[in-house]
Design a protein around this ligand. Structure first.
Ligand code: MLT
Length: 406
């Protein structure tokens, strides 16, 4: 093969995706130490099974697929009306936000949608991302050639990094004028912190003023415990003219292996909405019927109650981690409205080195903060998605961990 033909932007990326690299390190450690019981609080993957309301809906849908009278082949690319209507009513109508089914696009995951949406924008448009944040926003733009030069400090020359840390209460400043795409994630992965209404109002006003587009990832919105906090960007006046929103059933209903999500592009952004429809109907054939019926069941009264219970269980884990680490003398953030705890490491400790140390000493897996951006250096992420007993065990192993060598 002639390598000149390949997309050279890929050469600018780290060798492997953050969580693939972690999986590789875990496998290598387990092979070397088969006797050690590893506790995995690394990737944010759910551990509780699907709730009964979802399972019953899936069984019913499987039955329909077995009957010639109700069997279905290709579905509508943006999703079946029954699911789009359920989403519009439950996620938006219930908050008095006018989002209709035609503004909702069902997909097989927010990861794919947040990675694919950049295709609709010009190849040279400028991008701002929070730092730290879910790595897919950056990687997908680097693949598309919007990263620019990879600098010695690990930053890409053309990307604007919006630092979100202790200094600014995890609230980003406005990006420079001329920024075209602004990615936001609230509650944030990895810091577990939430963007305030005032921050979002400022960013929406900026986008309306400059013509920028906000790409708002709300994958963890169901973990917000305080109704006064912003659950959807469309609570902010004017956001329907400038913001696309991504939601997922992965973390809210345990669908990481089942795959279902939705993206909202309001009518007020009609050209973009039509372009996304064009893209999806060309490159995607929709989510299967059984899974869409399963997602619909999340919004039934039983589905809501059952998924709420599962989320409460994960949030109890978050409390165990947060309080346990604090008691052990560490500074932690997040974990109050999100299933992630953001752990500030002792001064000078690098997060990659700490990953290896924690695995070696405690057989506990987390995620190095530097994997989420340069501002993540010196931090470490733990997820609350583990089994409760194993989570408690991980916290007590950490409390007894020897000091990191100076
Ligand atoms: C994470 O651990 O950051 C997430 O699980 C990744 C994802 O949702 O794709």
């Amino acid at each position: 093969m002639n390598c000149e033909l390949l997309n050279k932007n890929y050469a600018l990326l780290p060798e492997s995706y953050l969580f693939s690299e972690i999986a590789r390190k875990i496998a290598a450690f387990q092979e070397k130490h088969p006797e050690r019981e590893i506790i995995r609080l690394g990737i944010g993957d759910v551990t509780r099974p699907l709730v009964p309301a979802v399972i019953e809906a899936m069984h019913r849908a499987v039955g329909e697929m077995a009957d010639p009278a109700t069997f279905r082949g290709y579905g509508p690319e943006p999703g079946y009306p029954f699911l789009r209507e359920a989403v519009a009513a439950a996620e938006y109508g219930s908050r008095n936000i006018d989002i209709g089914p035609d503004e909702i696009f069902v997909s097989d995951g927010s990861k794919c949608d947040v990675a694919n949406i950049q295709e609709l924008f010009s190849a040279d448009c400028s991008v701002a991302i929070p730092d730290p944040v879910y790595p897919v926003y950056l990687d997908s733009n680097v693949m598309a050639g919007r990263g620019g030069r990879l600098m010695p400090d690990g930053r890409y020359g053309k990307i604007h990094y919006m630092a979100c840390g202790e200094n600014n209460g995890f609230q980003p400043n406005l990006p420079p004028r001329g920024t075209a795409l602004i990615y936001l994630c609230s509650p944030n992965n990895p810091t577990g912190t939430v963007l305030s209404r005032a921050t979002l109002e400022k960013l929406v006003a900026f986008a309306l003023d400059t013509g920028a587009v906000i790409l708002f990832d709300a994958a963890y919105a169901d973990y917000i415990r305080d109704d006064r906090l912003v659950h959807t960007i469309y609570e902010i006046p004017g956001a329907k003219k400038c913001a696309v929103e991504f939601h997922s059933f992965s973390k809210s209903a345990g669908f990481t292996g089942v795959r279902c999500a939705f993206t909202v592009i309001p009518r007020e952004m009609e050209t973009l909405r039509r372009m996304w429809l064009r893209r999806q109907s060309t490159k995607f054939n929709g989510v299967n019927y059984i899974v869409q019926r399963a997602a619909e069941a999340v919004y039934t009264p039983a589905g809501r109650e059952q998924t709420r219970d599962v989320i409460s269980g994960y949030m109890r884990n978050a409390g165990v981690i947060r309080e346990g680490l604090r008691k052990a003398g560490y500074t932690v953030f997040g974990g109050e409205h999100a299933p992630y705890i953001w752990w500030r490491l002792p001064d000078g400790v690098k997060s990659q080195a700490f990953f290896d140390f924690l695995l070696e000493k405690c057989a506990v897996v987390g995620t190095p903060g530097s994997g989420f951006g340069p501002e993540g250096e010196g931090f470490f992420r733990l997820t609350a998605f583990g089994d409760p007993a194993k989570t408690r065990e991980a916290v007590s192993r950490i409390a007894e961990m020897p000091a990191f060598p100076a």
